[in-house]
Design a binder for this molecule. Structure first.
Ligand SMILES: Nc1ncnc2c1ncn2[C@@H]1O[C@H](COP(=O)(O)OP(=O)(O)O)[C@@H](O)[C@H]1O
Ligand SMILES: N[C@@H](CCC(=O)OP(=O)(O)O)C(=O)O
Length: 372
């Protein structure tokens, strides 16, 4: 049977500060070169990869000659800004050696909390993947304060997995995976090879960060796996210093800890939509569209829409109703209510000339549609 990583086509890989900066001694060029080579190999297998990299603060501290982590938020932010330049430079040159381009994406909490910005972040990331570029993500530390920080990149990695509906999240760290207790403190601790993401028993095993370099520790990794599982992504926690860790995973080797998601990607999305009680708007669809949706499992095209009710934005959950008022389905709209009114009853080939752009030839794609 194929492993989670063999099956995955879209993978988020998160690397922690201690790995990236050689425990705070400075950017680990050799390790970064090895990850770049392995990610190039994953891409050659047809997999899309997004890298979430920590290390800006640790690298900036070194460059600005801080012996200990500053407590002043602005000094920390200055470190992050300086260190991020180092990260961008080393990733760009390491991937370039394999003919791959990189793109820097710095995100804040506000970017993912606001629907419009969330959708923009999603479109940009998927566009970068389409261009064959490797997005390198970090938190935009220079503009966030403590209260609105993701705080740790394990959480950010999981949110990115949710954002672009990745199949898997690989968290590389300085331990071989999740142990029954913190191995730095308990020599009898044993590696947990497989478990279910979200199992509350795991939280009791995980402690905080093992060094002053890392932020999250194991608990944030366990919680990240739970969050990733909500959109159907499986998580692997593995030892990032293993020189072939990513290729071994891609070859189906069972290394590290696998935290499996209980629901598949599509099911998770459809469940989320089914749970959405308050929908922003409604579209009335004709008999032909009712047939396509209910009996043929097809997408909803604008041509089958006869009326748009309420106001909604792109990406809103809307309800599809038949002309007799029966609610039939719920789904994510590719267009705003105003745009939907302009393209309803029109063939999809005309969308671009009417609106000046094309978000999709469907008003609701069938992957984003759940029948009621
Ligand atoms: N149950 C556990 N299993 C493995 N590591 C644990 C556990 N509990 C706490 N840890 C600690 O978590 C550390 C990894 O987290 P962290 O230092 O934040 O790394 P990273 O920079 O990779 O995010 C390990 O070095 C380890 O000491
Ligand atoms: N944005 C911060 C990341 C902090 C962080 O989450 O560190 P880690 O626990 O090592 O993944 C930085 O680049 O320094």
């Amino acid at each position: 049977m194929k492993s989670v990583i063999q099956k995955a086509t879209r993978i988020i890989i998160k690397v922690g500060s201690s790995l990236v900066t050689n425990d705070g001694r400075g950017l680990d060029h050799a390790a970064i070169a090895r990850w770049a080579a392995q990610i190039a190999a994953l891409r050659a297998l047809g997999k899309e990869v997004v890298l979430v990299s920590s290390g800006a603060v640790a690298e900036g501290m070194l460059r600005l000659k801080f012996e200990t982590r500053p407590t002043d938020i602005h000094e920390l932010q200055a470190c992050a800004a300086v260190g991020q330049m180092g990260l961008a430079q080393i990733y760009e040159s390491s991937f370039r050696a394999h003919g791959l381009g990189t793109a820097q994406v710095l995100l804040t909490h506000a970017d993912l909390a606001d629907r419009e910005r969330y959708l923009n972040a999603r479109s940009t990331l998927t566009t970068l993947l389409r261009f064959g570029v490797v997005p390198i993500i970090n938190e935009n530390d220079t503009v966030v304060t403590d209260e609105i920080k993701f705080g740790d990149n394990d959480t950010l990695g999981a949110l990115v997995a949710n954002l672009i509906e990745a199949d898997a999240l690989i968290i590389l760290t300085d331990q071989h995976g999740l142990f029954s207790a913190d191995p730095r403190k308990d020599p009898a601790a044993v590696l947990i090879a497989r478990c279910q993401a979200g199992d509350p028993a795991l939280e009791a095993m995980a402690g905080g960060a093992g060094s002053s370099i890392g932020r999250g520790g194991m608990l944030t990794k366990i919680l990240a796996a739970k969050r990733a599982a909500a959109s159907g992504a499986h998580t692997i926690i593995a030892w990032g210093r293993d020189s072939d860790v990513l290729t071994r995973l891609a070859n189906g080797e069972a290394i590290g800890t696998e935290l499996s998601a209980q629901t598949g990607r599509l099911t998770a999305r459809k469940q989320w939509m089914a749970d959405h009680l308050h929908t922003a708007g409604k579209v009335v669809i004709d008999a032909g569209a009712v047939q396509k949706l209910s009996n043929e499992g097809k997408s909803l095209l604008p041509i089958g829409v006869v009326e748009v009710r309420g106001e909604f934005g792109r990406g809103a959950v809307i309800t599809c109703i038949a002309e007799d008022g029966r609610a039939l389905a719920r789904g994510l709209s590719n267009y705003t209510s105003a745009e939907a009114r302009r393209i309803m009853r029109k063939p999809s080939a005309e969308i671009e000339s009417i609106l000046g752009f094309l978000e999709g030839k469907e008003l609701i794609h069938r992957d984003n549609l759940v029948l009621l």
